[in-house]
Ligand binder design. Structure first.
Ligand code: C2E
Ligand code: MG
Ligand code: MG
Ligand code: MG
Length: 284
């Protein structure tokens, strides 16, 4: 395209491409240094059942950058994925989340059944050693496999569905739970839910957002909830922000809820305080 437009355009075009490449390289170096200096931290966002009981939490990565402050995952996960650094980052999140869960259960701040959900990137999942690494992380932290839910996206099923299903089977036989994240945003279909052996479906927050104002979003969410309940899977609504959305979803039979209505993702010390207040609430 730049060539078609002639030499002058080509000269103008190149420096900006150079700039983009430089920025990328800088961020990549930053990312490497950040991992070395342990700048990545894990936040926790609670999940609730239909009665408003906290039954688990999703571990969400944040970058505590020395100059730029707290950076959200959307701003670095894509580059981490492209560069392969997500493998290291993913291992950090998994170890951190599992060892924190151990201390919450051990100190009776969380019930024995408390679920921790960890996002798994496609690259992580596709690694040959993935199944082994999950098993080892569980062993190292003394966490029962059934306390761990792995969130994968539909995209990991597209490339090599057979191999993907083998990995899911191996870990589910071991007791680990599987969740399909951002459900409805990918290319795969409802038929997948029947074939796959999974435990829950997370309804993407883009559908939950307009559930009360957009009939087609409401229809889609209703269909997904009906299907998951017929298949005896859990349905998790992501991004629940209002009481009206919550009661609408509850009427449809959604089984789990996560969103700002209940709590934003919290740093460890705030999440522990929330666990404690829940506990007092329940024993009161
Ligand atoms: P996700 O797994 O779908 O996580 C849910 C996102 O929705 C989180 O964004 C969460 O903060 C946000 N959210 C939850 N409730 C609400 C709400 O009521 N309103 C609004 N506006 N947002 C809500 P976050 O933490 O920025 O993470 C974004 C994405 O980054 C995640 O989406 C996930 O795909 C990815 N990610 C986060 N941590 C990790 C990780 O450790 N590994 C990998 N591979 N990806 C991660
Ligand atoms: Mg997720
Ligand atoms: Mg999600
Ligand atoms: Mg989402």
């Amino acid at each position: 395209q730049a060539k078609d437009a002639g030499r002058n355009t080509l000269r103008l075009f190149l420096p900006s491409m150079q700039h983009v490449a430089n920025e990328r390289l800088k961020t990549l170096n930053d990312l490497r240094k950040g991992i070395e200096h342990s700048e990545f931290i894990t936040f926790y966002q609670p999940q609730y059942d239909q009665n408003g009981c906290m039954v688990g939490a999703e571990a969400l990565l944040r970058w505590q950058h020395p100059q730029k402050g707290l950076i959200s995952p959307d701003n670095f996960i894509p580059l981490a994925e492209e560069s392969g650094l997500i493998i290291e980052l993913g291992a950090v999140v998994l170890e951190t989340a599992l060892s924190n869960l151990y201390s919450w259960i051990d100190s009776k701040q969380a019930p024995l059944s408390f679920q921790i959900s960890v996002n798994i990137s496609p690259l992580q999942f596709l690694q040959d050693s993935f199944v082994l690494k999950i098993k080892e992380a569980l062993k190292n932290t003394s966490i029962a496999p059934s306390n761990l839910t792995l969130e994968i996206t539909e995209s990991v099923l597209l490339d090599n569905a057979k191999l993907a299903m083998e990995k899911i089977h191996a870990l589910r036989d071991f007791g680990v739970q599987f969740s399909i994240d951002d459900f409805g945003t990918g290319y795969s279909s409802l038929a997948y839910l029947k074939q796959l052996s999974i435990d829950e479906v997370k309804i993407d927050r883009s559908f939950v957002r307009d559930i009360l104002i957009d009939d087609s979003d409401a229809a889609l969410v209703e269909t997904v909830i009906n299907l998951t309940s017929r298949l005896r899977l859990d349905s998790v609504a992501e991004g629940v922000e209002t009481a009206a959305q919550f009661s609408f979803l509850k009427n449809l039979g959604c089984t789990r809820y996560q969103g700002y209505l209940f709590s934003k993702p919290l740093p460890l010390h705030e999440f522990k305080a929330l666990l404690l207040s829940q506990k007092n609430l329940m024993s009161a």
